[in-house]
Design a protein around this ligand. Structure first.
Ligand code: SF4
Length: 415
């Protein structure tokens, strides 16, 4: 769980470490409704687009989480299965908790860059939320400022804050706090604003009047379900993470299942398809938060140079971004899959180089797969050559598979 506690029972020392921060909040001895209004104003001043309050009690979605975990739909994200009670009952985090304050900040930055001409280099796609700086740190900072502002409004208040806590049920709390409803694609959708937003929570012992829970406005729409390239939305509101491209390209370590690789297309970090088709996202307006402004070449980067990134180059290139969370090996693995799906023959030397010399066997295996997809005598030769010298048995199996799917060189595109 990615959490920062301040004044919570788990980490009372952290509360002492909180210094004063610039802000307008002044101590308030007011009715809870006035306090709630002041917190809303502070949240908006800090750049949040929405804020709401929910009673800190056991959330019924905890049962859904348990069932989801039991079905194995979380894949290899074992951290999700840890301490499920903390996810569904905020009092397991802060024993005196009365309220969950849910906040949302938009990261929408407008349309994708226009397509490059056909002659241009092959490019990959990075999910919108990672176009700018790493939201974990940035949003946590803003949420911490809000916590401090609340403490200035009400000295002595205790709180714990969370940003992107996975199964901390952040979406369920956002729905209960009136931020937005959980759509059939399992994202939180804000009426009139869409789903391109980050969520955060502050669990506090302040007793604030709860907001009206958000009503569901998916209606008869179901566009997101067939839009998922890998069929990860198995039913309305049901996501099998093991098929989800976001999971496969970011969380999943090791080989990507063979049957899912073609559907990944050129998505090298995350996937937005189930949100792109959502009609509510027509109402999204660009965020004013500067940290989420897109970085050059962090939307549709050229794929071939990504194969040459070593650990250090990867860390330097993506310093301060969410992409670093995937790690170099997964990211380069994804680039190889994308190149295989593009079928760009210009990538053969770089893929052959990765197959020959990449230190990570998974990258080598996916480079082999990509060469098999591209086919032709050059790719075939690289595969045969690698098979003779490869010692890792899984990579050898990848090469064998690639050779079995490779275009017959005698009928290649070669002149
Ligand atoms: Fe709901 Fe339709 Fe959006 Fe899916 S695409 S989340 S069904 S409104």
């Amino acid at each position: 769980m990615d959490a920062t506690t301040a004044g919570a029972g788990r980490n009372p020392a952290a509360a002492q470490g909180l210094g004063a921060t610039p802000g307008t909040a002044a101590a308030l001895s007011a009715a809870p409704t006035d306090l709630a209004r002041a917190i809303r104003e502070e949240a908006h001043r800090l750049g949040f687009d929405a804020v709401g309050f929910a009673r800190a009690e056991t959330h019924p979605h905890g049962e859904r989480l348990r069932a989801w975990l039991e079905s194995g739909s979380h894949g290899t994200m074992e951290w999700m299965a840890r301490e499920p009670e903390r996810r569904s009952d905020p009092r397991a985090v802060l024993a005196s908790a009365c309220t969950v304050i849910s906040v949302a900040a938009s990261y929408y930055r407008g349309d994708w860059p226009r397509d490059l001409p056909a002659a241009a280099a092959s490019t990959g796609r990075i999910a919108r939320y990672a176009w700018g700086r790493d939201y974990h740190k940035r949003l946590k900072k803003r949420t911490l400022h809000l916590g401090r502002a609340i403490r200035r409004l009400k000295p002595g208040v205790r709180f714990a804050l969370y940003v992107d806590t996975g199964p901390m049920l952040d979406r369920a709390w956002a729905e209960r706090a009136g931020i937005g409803w959980i759509g059939k694609n399992t994202n939180v959708i804000r009426q009139g604003a869409g789903s391109w937003c980050f969520l955060g929570e502050i669990v506090t012992d302040l007793d604030l009047p709860p907001s009206r829970p958000a009503a569901n406005h998916c209606g008869t729409c179901a566009r997101c379900i067939p839009a998922c390239p890998t069929g990860a939305i198995t039913a309305p509101y049901q996501l099998d993470a093991r098929r989800c491209i976001s999971y496969l390209t970011i969380e999943h370590e090791g080989p990507i299942p063979l049957d899912l690789r073609p559907a990944i297309g050129t998505r090298i970090f995350g996937c937005d398809d189930c949100q792109e088709v959502c009609p509510w996202n027509r109402f999204a307006t660009p965020t004013a938060l500067p940290e989420f402004a897109e970085r050059p070449d962090q939307q549709t980067p050229e794929l071939i140079p990504l194969l040459a990134l070593d650990d250090r180059a990867f860390r330097e290139r993506f310093a301060g971004t969410a992409l670093r969370r995937a790690g170099r090996n997964r990211f380069v693995r994804n680039a190889a899959v994308a190149l295989g799906n593009v079928g760009d023959e210009r990538a053969i030397p770089a893929l052959a180089g990765a197959l020959h010399a990449d230190p990570d066997p998974t990258v080598r295996g996916h480079a082999a797969w990509a060469l098999g997809r591209i086919g032709g005598s050059a790719a075939h030769g690289a595969l045969l050559h690698a098979f003779d010298r490869e010692r890792d048995f899984k990579t050898r199996a990848e090469i064998e598979y690639a050779l079995s799917t490779d275009t017959d060189p005698s009928t290649t595109k070669e002149p």
